[in-house]
Design a protein around this ligand. Structure first.
Ligand SMILES: [Zn+2]
Length: 174
Protein backbone atom coordinates (compact mmCIF):
# COMPACT_ATOMS: atom_id res chain seq x y z
CA UNK A 1 0.00 0.00 0.00
CA UNK A 2 1.29 3.46 -0.90
CA UNK A 3 1.87 5.91 1.98
CA UNK A 4 -0.73 8.28 0.51
CA UNK A 5 -3.46 5.62 0.67
CA UNK A 6 -2.44 4.78 4.21
CA UNK A 7 -2.74 8.37 5.30
CA UNK A 8 -6.26 8.86 3.99
CA UNK A 9 -7.35 5.58 5.58
CA UNK A 10 -5.84 6.78 8.81
CA UNK A 11 -7.79 10.02 8.68
CA UNK A 12 -11.06 8.25 7.94
CA UNK A 13 -10.59 5.62 10.63
CA UNK A 14 -9.41 7.75 13.49
CA UNK A 15 -11.51 10.87 13.19
CA UNK A 16 -12.84 11.66 16.66
CA UNK A 17 -14.71 14.53 18.24
CA UNK A 18 -14.86 16.05 21.71
CA UNK A 19 -18.13 17.68 22.77
CA UNK A 20 -16.57 20.27 25.09
CA UNK A 21 -14.89 21.91 22.12
CA UNK A 22 -18.29 22.13 20.39
CA UNK A 23 -16.93 20.35 17.37
CA UNK A 24 -19.56 20.55 14.74
CA UNK A 25 -17.11 20.33 11.89
CA UNK A 26 -13.56 20.34 13.16
CA UNK A 27 -12.16 16.82 13.25
CA UNK A 28 -8.94 15.36 14.53
CA UNK A 29 -6.90 12.72 12.73
CA UNK A 30 -5.98 11.01 16.01
CA UNK A 31 -6.12 11.34 19.79
CA UNK A 32 -2.63 12.69 20.17
CA UNK A 33 -3.26 15.82 18.09
CA UNK A 34 -6.67 16.18 19.74
CA UNK A 35 -5.10 16.24 23.20
CA UNK A 36 -2.43 18.69 22.15
CA UNK A 37 -4.94 21.04 20.53
CA UNK A 38 -7.16 20.75 23.62
CA UNK A 39 -4.19 21.87 25.69
CA UNK A 40 -3.53 25.03 23.67
CA UNK A 41 -7.29 25.65 23.34
CA UNK A 42 -7.56 25.82 27.14
CA UNK A 43 -4.43 27.91 27.49
CA UNK A 44 -4.66 30.60 24.80
CA UNK A 45 -7.82 32.71 24.28
CA UNK A 46 -6.70 33.47 20.71
CA UNK A 47 -6.54 29.76 19.84
CA UNK A 48 -9.97 29.21 21.41
CA UNK A 49 -11.41 32.07 19.39
CA UNK A 50 -9.89 30.86 16.10
CA UNK A 51 -10.90 27.27 16.77
CA UNK A 52 -14.49 28.24 17.57
CA UNK A 53 -14.73 30.28 14.37
CA UNK A 54 -13.58 27.26 12.36
CA UNK A 55 -15.96 24.94 14.17
CA UNK A 56 -18.92 27.20 13.38
CA UNK A 57 -18.10 26.98 9.67
CA UNK A 58 -20.13 24.86 7.27
CA UNK A 59 -16.87 23.42 5.95
CA UNK A 60 -14.99 20.50 7.43
CA UNK A 61 -11.53 21.06 8.85
CA UNK A 62 -9.32 18.14 9.74
CA UNK A 63 -6.46 18.75 12.14
CA UNK A 64 -3.57 16.31 11.82
CA UNK A 65 0.12 15.63 12.01
CA UNK A 66 1.53 14.78 8.65
CA UNK A 67 3.98 15.46 5.88
CA UNK A 68 5.04 19.08 5.60
CA UNK A 69 7.52 20.40 3.02
CA UNK A 70 11.12 20.98 4.07
CA UNK A 71 11.64 24.21 6.07
CA UNK A 72 7.90 24.55 6.75
CA UNK A 73 6.32 23.84 10.14
CA UNK A 74 2.72 23.44 9.08
CA UNK A 75 0.40 23.94 6.14
CA UNK A 76 -3.23 24.77 5.41
CA UNK A 77 -4.22 22.54 2.50
CA UNK A 78 -7.04 20.68 0.79
CA UNK A 79 -7.62 17.45 -1.14
CA UNK A 80 -10.68 18.96 -2.77
CA UNK A 81 -13.05 17.47 -0.17
CA UNK A 82 -11.75 18.40 3.25
CA UNK A 83 -9.56 21.21 4.46
CA UNK A 84 -6.54 20.24 6.51
CA UNK A 85 -4.42 21.99 9.08
CA UNK A 86 -1.37 19.75 8.86
CA UNK A 87 1.42 20.06 11.43
CA UNK A 88 4.95 18.74 11.34
CA UNK A 89 5.70 16.23 14.09
CA UNK A 90 9.45 16.80 14.27
CA UNK A 91 10.64 18.85 17.21
CA UNK A 92 12.80 21.92 16.79
CA UNK A 93 10.32 24.00 14.83
CA UNK A 94 7.72 26.49 16.04
CA UNK A 95 5.41 25.59 18.93
CA UNK A 96 2.01 24.11 18.13
CA UNK A 97 0.20 27.27 19.27
CA UNK A 98 2.24 29.43 16.88
CA UNK A 99 1.65 26.97 14.02
CA UNK A 100 -2.04 26.72 14.82
CA UNK A 101 -2.49 30.50 15.03
CA UNK A 102 -0.68 30.90 11.69
CA UNK A 103 -2.57 28.19 9.77
CA UNK A 104 -5.93 29.03 11.34
CA UNK A 105 -5.41 32.62 10.12
CA UNK A 106 -5.06 31.24 6.58
CA UNK A 107 -8.16 29.08 7.14
CA UNK A 108 -10.11 32.17 8.20
CA UNK A 109 -8.79 34.06 5.14
CA UNK A 110 -10.20 31.15 3.14
CA UNK A 111 -13.53 31.43 5.00
CA UNK A 112 -13.65 35.11 4.03
CA UNK A 113 -13.00 34.20 0.39
CA UNK A 114 -9.67 36.03 0.33
CA UNK A 115 -7.57 33.03 -0.63
CA UNK A 116 -8.61 29.92 -2.54
CA UNK A 117 -7.44 26.71 -4.19
CA UNK A 118 -7.33 25.46 -7.74
CA UNK A 119 -6.33 22.11 -9.13
CA UNK A 120 -3.27 21.88 -11.39
CA UNK A 121 -2.78 19.44 -14.27
CA UNK A 122 -1.32 16.83 -11.92
CA UNK A 123 -4.46 16.95 -9.79
CA UNK A 124 -2.79 18.74 -6.86
CA UNK A 125 -4.66 21.55 -5.14
CA UNK A 126 -2.62 24.75 -5.13
CA UNK A 127 -3.37 27.78 -2.98
CA UNK A 128 -4.18 30.88 -5.01
CA UNK A 129 -4.20 34.59 -4.27
CA UNK A 130 -2.00 34.21 -1.20
CA UNK A 131 0.22 37.26 -1.24
CA UNK A 132 2.60 38.80 1.26
CA UNK A 133 -0.15 40.62 3.09
CA UNK A 134 -1.95 37.38 3.94
CA UNK A 135 1.33 35.86 5.05
CA UNK A 136 2.05 38.91 7.20
CA UNK A 137 -1.38 38.69 8.82
CA UNK A 138 -0.67 35.06 9.73
CA UNK A 139 2.72 35.99 11.24
CA UNK A 140 1.19 38.90 13.14
CA UNK A 141 -1.52 36.68 14.60
CA UNK A 142 0.95 34.00 15.65
CA UNK A 143 3.07 36.62 17.47
CA UNK A 144 0.26 36.83 20.04
CA UNK A 145 0.93 33.30 21.25
CA UNK A 146 4.67 33.12 20.58
CA UNK A 147 7.08 32.14 23.36
CA UNK A 148 10.80 32.86 23.67
CA UNK A 149 11.79 29.85 21.57
CA UNK A 150 9.40 30.86 18.80
CA UNK A 151 10.78 34.38 18.76
CA UNK A 152 14.28 32.94 18.54
CA UNK A 153 13.32 31.40 15.19
CA UNK A 154 14.63 33.46 12.31
CA UNK A 155 11.46 34.26 10.34
CA UNK A 156 9.22 35.17 13.26
CA UNK A 157 12.02 37.13 14.96
CA UNK A 158 12.66 39.18 11.82
CA UNK A 159 8.95 39.75 11.33
CA UNK A 160 8.53 40.93 14.93
CA UNK A 161 11.35 43.49 14.61
CA UNK A 162 10.01 44.77 11.28
CA UNK A 163 6.48 44.91 12.65
CA UNK A 164 7.61 46.90 15.69
CA UNK A 165 9.59 49.42 13.65
CA UNK A 166 7.56 49.70 10.46
CA UNK A 167 4.05 48.75 11.58
CA UNK A 168 1.55 46.76 9.63
CA UNK A 169 -1.02 48.09 7.24
CA UNK A 170 -2.98 46.30 4.56
CA UNK A 171 -2.09 47.77 1.17
CA UNK A 172 -4.95 49.12 -0.90
CA UNK A 173 -5.27 47.43 -4.27
CA UNK A 174 -6.73 49.51 -7.12
ZN1 LIG B 1 1.53 31.14 5.94
Amino acid sequence: MKPKTLLSLFVLTFVTTKPELSLAVVKFADERIEEEIQHIYDRYPLIKQQFNKLSSSKLTYVIRYGYVKKRYSAIFETDGHNLFLTFRQTKGYYSLQVCFAHEATHALQFERGEIGYCQNKDGDWIVVNIDLWYEAEAFKTSLEVAGTTDLGMKDLGIFKRKYETEGFKKPHYG
